[in-house]
Design a protein around this ligand. Sequence first.
Ligand SMILES: [Zn+2]
Length: 382
Amino acid sequence: MHAPPPLFGHRIAATDGAARAGVLATAHGPVETPVFMPVGTAGTVKAMTADAVRATGARLVLGNTYHLMLRPGAEQVARFGGLHRFMDWPGPILTDSGGFQVMSLAKLRKLDAGGVTFQSHLDGATHRLTPARAIEIQHLLDATITMALDECTPFPASKAEASASMELSMRWAALSRETFVPRPGYALFGIVQGSVYPALRAASAAALTRLGFDGYAVGGLAIGEGQATTFAVLDATVPHLPADRPRYLMGVGTPSDLIGAVARGIDMFDCVMPTRAGRTGRAYTSAGVFNLRNARFATDDRPLDPHCACPACTRHPRGYLHHLFKADEMLGPMLLTWHNLTYYQDLMRGLRAAIVEGRFAAHAAAVRAGWTGQPDAEPEEA
Ligand SMILES: [Zn+2]
C-alpha cells in the first residue's frame, strides 16, 4: 500500500530574527527553505541536463507558463504526462502565471478587466490569458505550486495607478482561487502587489489572506526600484503575511538581494541571474563576481572558486574556462551555469544552517565580506 501524498505545508524548523529555516512538504517531495529555484523557462534550465540541475543541490525548479503555453502548448505537455515527466524532473515544480512575460515579451497586448489578449512573440498568433485559463494551463502542466494570475504593476507608477493595478490583481486572485482544483500536496499561491506604497502592499496582503492561499508571493519588485526600495517594501509587506505559510519573493535576485530578503523573512526565490550570467561568462563566487572573458584569466591556473565542489571548479583551471568563452565553445556556458547554480544553492544552504544555529547575522556579514573584503559591500566585478 502506498502512503497518501503529504498535504502541502511549510514547517518552520528554526528562526533567527525574522529569518526562517523550514521544510516545504509537497506531493513531489520535501524542500528545505530558504530555497532558490533555478528557472526552467521552456521546460529546461538552459544549458543543463536535469541530472546536472539536481547535482547543484536544487530540489525545486520554476517553469514559465507563457513560454510553455505558446510552445509546445499546455495540452501537448499534458499528453506527455505533465511537465515532471516531460523534462525529467520528478521533484516539485513551481510555474508562474504567465502574466509577467505577457507584459514584458508579448506584442500588441491589451489588458482588460477579464484578462489580457496578446500576440505571441514567436509567430504573432493571438492568445488570451484569463485568471481561469492561467490556472487551467498550470493544472495541465501538473505544477506542484500554481501562481494566481496578476498584473505586475510597471515601475514607476503613481499611487492611483498602483492602486487600480493592485485591485485588478486582487480580483484576478479571487477568480484564480475559484478555478484552482485542490489536490493533496499541491498548492496555490497569491501574489501581493502595490508597487512601492506600504498602504497598498498591506491592503493587498490583507485581501489575499482573506481569500486564503497555501503560500504568498511578493511580486512587482526588482524591476528598477533599487535594492533599498525592495527591502523597504519587504519591511512593509512581510509582517502582514501569515507566519505559517511560505513567502516567495518573485524574480529576485543577486546574492546580496537574497541575503537581505532572507533576513526579512522570505523563504523562496527564483531568478534568471545565475543562469543568464553563466551563459555570458560571469561567475558568482565566494570572492565576488568574475568575468571569465577578462584577459587576466588567460594564464590563471587556480580553480574558479576554491570553496565550490562543482565540475567547473574541481576539474578545470580559470584559464580553461576563459579559453572556452573566447573560443565560443558551448561547454563554457554549460560549466559556468553549473557553477553559478551551485554557488546559489550553497549560499542558501549556508544561510539555512546559520539560521538553525542562531548565527545568521554573523554568517551573512562574513559572506558579504568575502565578496570584496569589505563588510556590507555589494558583490562587484572582479
Ligand atoms: Zn563551482
